[in-house]
Design a protein around this ligand. Structure first.
Ligand code: PEP
Length: 255
């Protein structure tokens, strides 16, 4: 489940707001069968309403369960929110935080995401922190600065120990759900920039260990080229994760 660098290779499927609990359980069962014995750590993130059904389907398997969001708060008067402890009780191990759809559609800022990261870590969940620039920011030559600012905004409160249990997903906003993918060279360059930031902040050991995933229209056709870069340790997959054959084909590129 790790590459030559010793880092974990993670392929995570973000099912977004697709699949009711019955359809999600069916897909989870297919993923479980198709990805058995995989060299990657395989993670699926169904909607909240399907977590229990998917957890039951995945029991005893190597496929791990993720949530797509988490509240920054503990249990209490927060209508519509879901606490990290509740996710944990469902068998959730990972949680996506700061996804660009939450930033763009629901106005989440780094200041909102940072306490979610803390809440997840405090509960023992493994955050997959999403960062990435818009097309206008890339065209203006600001992509690396934007991503560094997001990392600082979301992670500056982390202890060195906490930094070792994080996972970062570089997801250029212009590549999500658009069919456009960053070239392996561009994605790899950004991953090296993220790792350099991590090293400056938390030291080389933490930076060597942090899994950096790429996300943005990953498909079976482009996964191998992206994952062949030494600094791309896995993928966060949206659309293609809803098709078990496509998802399993992406998982199989890790080996
Ligand atoms: C995502 O939702 O994180 C994502 C990368 O979506 P897609 O693969 O569909 O671009």
């Amino acid at each position: 489940m790790s590459d030559r660098s010793g880092r974990q290779n993670v392929i995570a499927g973000n099912w977004k707001m697709h699949k009711d609990h019955l359809a999600a359980a069916r897909l989870a069962s297919e993923v479980r069968a198709a990805c058995a014995g995989s060299a990657a750590t395989v993670v699926v993130a169904p909607p909240f309403t399907a977590l229990a059904a998917v957890a039951a389907e995945l029991q005893g398997s190597e496929v791990a369960l993720a949530a797509q969001n988490v509240s920054a708060h503990g249990e209490g008067a927060h209508t519509g929110e879901v606490a990290a402890s509740m996710l944990l009780a469902h068998g959730v191990r990972w949680v996506i935080v700061g996804h660009s759809e939450r930033r763009q559609l629901y106005g989440e800022t780094d200041a909102d995401v940072a306490p979610k990261v803390q809440a997840a870590l405090a509960a023992g969940l493994l955050p997959i922190l999403c960062v990435g620039e818009t097309l206008a920011e890339r065209d203006a030559g600001r992509a690396e600065q934007v991503v560094a600012d997001q990392l600082r905004g979301c992670c500056s409160e982390l202890t060195a120990r906490q930094s070792a249990t994080m996972c970062v997903a570089y997801e250029p906003v212009w590549a999500i759900g658009t069919g456009r993918t960053a070239t392996p060279d561009d994605a790899g360059a950004m991953h090296r920039s993220i790792r350099a930031w991590w090293s400056e902040q938390y030291g080389p050991e933490s930076a060597e260990g942090v899994p950096l995933l790429y996300g943005g229209s990953v498909k079976p056709e482009n996964a191998a080229a992206l994952l062949s870069d030494a600094d791309i340790d896995g993928a966060l997959v949206g659309g293609a994760s809803l098709d078990v054959q496509d998802f399993a084909a992406i998982v199989s590129t890790v080996g």
